[in-house]
Design a protein around this ligand. Structure first.
Ligand code: ADP
Length: 396
């Protein structure tokens, strides 16, 4: 059975066509620069890569183009669109309402729209994706999977901010956490590897956006992102944790309004802001190796912040059975994994440098034999979770 997985952003669209029974990835791709000019990078299976540059004024043209390419004579992986049996959409914010994936109906769309103030950049584009699919493929069921849903199991003491309680009840002010689909997938893989249910797992999702999650017995109990994806780790262009007092101080000193200060913290800070080189960690590692001091500081800050969360979550769970690394940096950078684990031997965390430095695909264990805590590299697969949830819901 074929499931189409869609992740609609404000000017981009990621998609995968997955055969859920055989777990085969039929095709995948990314449409970028929607409304500007338009470029589509399409992959058939895992090898054949195609690029199309054409005018893509809106998301509707983008989805129409993808559907044409999936069925066109030269590029087709299916004969007709009707072979797609369901569509799974990634939605960033599900607030407190959505604790799991759901089948889309008018009420679900209305509730996601009500959550726009909590995710003004993401939820509108996500809903647009759903609405266009309903229009283009009216007979096909749609399912939505939320980035926040996995974290809905956090206990209240871990999701409240220490501010007047009424702002939680009246204004929904709390930590929601993000990357939930990835934290769920990776911790679930780790549980299988550990072969135990009563588990204490810490997942480090390290990409352009990064977060850490403490997973106790398969449930998220704390995570580093907050009301918005700005809190927590030092990220590509985001500051992560800062003293809230920084905000009025900088607004006054630099004459910034509230949009500009958010732009500063979201787009100009983090690895980019400290190094002045790039938000792409590969470039920053290269420039550190060439002797650039600010790049070295940025890398140390990134690793120390992760270490701080690791230790605090190990304390919160009274131990840790496994630390998992995932996403672009977590899966690919042996340097970052090594520096994060460095010095944690006192807690029984010992990385095997040789195993860690080997490049490979798939889940792997990189701790020493003596390590009390397992250290896993687990490539994330959010699309597979969305496709599986979609299949399970339409099967019902
Ligand atoms: P996104 O959050 O946009 O999905 P990814 O998970 O793809 O991002 O991660 C992107 C990050 O991964 C970039 O900072 C990139 O530099 C980093 N990255 C990818 N490969 C490596 C590598 N071999 N070494 C260090 N960093 C890497």
């Amino acid at each position: 059975m074929l499931i189409f997985v869609l992740n609609a952003g404000s000017s981009s669209l990621k998609y995968q066509l997955i055969d859920i029974k055989s777990k085969e990835l039929k095709a995948s791709g990314l449409v970028e620069r929607i409304g500007i000019d338009g470029i589509l990078k399409h992959e058939i299976g895992e090898n054949k890569k195609l690029t199309f540059e054409t005018s893509i004024p809106t998301h509707k043209e983008a989805i129409e183009l993808v559907l044409r390419i999936l069925t066109n004579d030269e590029t087709k992986v299916i004969n007709k669109i009707e072979e797609i049996k369901a569509i799974g959409h990634r939605v960033v914010h599900g607030g407190e309402h959505f604790k799991e994936s759901v089948l889309v109906d008018d009420d679900v769309i209305r509730k996601i729209e009500e959550l726009i103030p909590l995710a003004p950049l993401h939820n509108p584009a996500n809903i647009l994706g759903v609405k266009i699919c309903k229009e283009l493929m009216p007979k096909v069921p749609n399912v939505v999977t939320f980035d926040t849903a996995f974290h809905q199991t956090m206990p209240i003491e871990n999701f409240l901010y220490a501010v007047p309680y009424a702002d939680y009840t009246e204004h929904h002010l709390r930590k929601y956490g993000f990357h939930g689909t990835s934290h769920y997938y990776v911790s679930n893989e780790a549980i299988k590897l550990l072969n135990k249910k009563d588990s204490k797992i810490i997942v480090c999702h390290l990409g352009n956006g990064s977060s850490v999650c403490a997973v106790r017995d398969g449930k998220s109990i704390s995570t580093s992102m907050g009301l918005t994806p700005l809190e927590g780790l030092v990220m590509g262009t985001r500051s992560g944790d800062i003293d809230a007092g920084v905000i009025p101080y900088l607004m006054e000193k630099k004459g910034l309004n509230h949009t500009q200060i958010l732009d500063y913290l979201n787009k100009k800070s983090g690895i980019l802001g400290i190094s002045g080189v790039s938000s792409d960690l590969r470039e920053v590692i290269k420039s550190a190796n060439d002797g650039d001091n600010r790049s070295k500081i940025a890398i140390t800050m990134l690793c120390d912040r992760i270490k701080k969360y690791l230790c605090s979550y190990a304390g919160l769970m009274h131990g840790v059975d496994a630390i998992c690394f995932t996403a672009g940096i977590g899966e690919n950078s042996d340097l970052i994994r090594e520096k994060v684990c460095e010095g944690l031997e006192f807690m029984g965390i010992e990385i095997d440098k040789e195993k860690n430095s080997k490049r490979d695909k798939g889940n792997r264990e990189v701790n020493t034999k003596n390590s009390n805590t397992k250290i896993f590299i687990i490539p994330t697969n959010e699309e597979f979770v969305i496709a599986t949830d979609t299949y399970n819901l339409i099967k019902k």
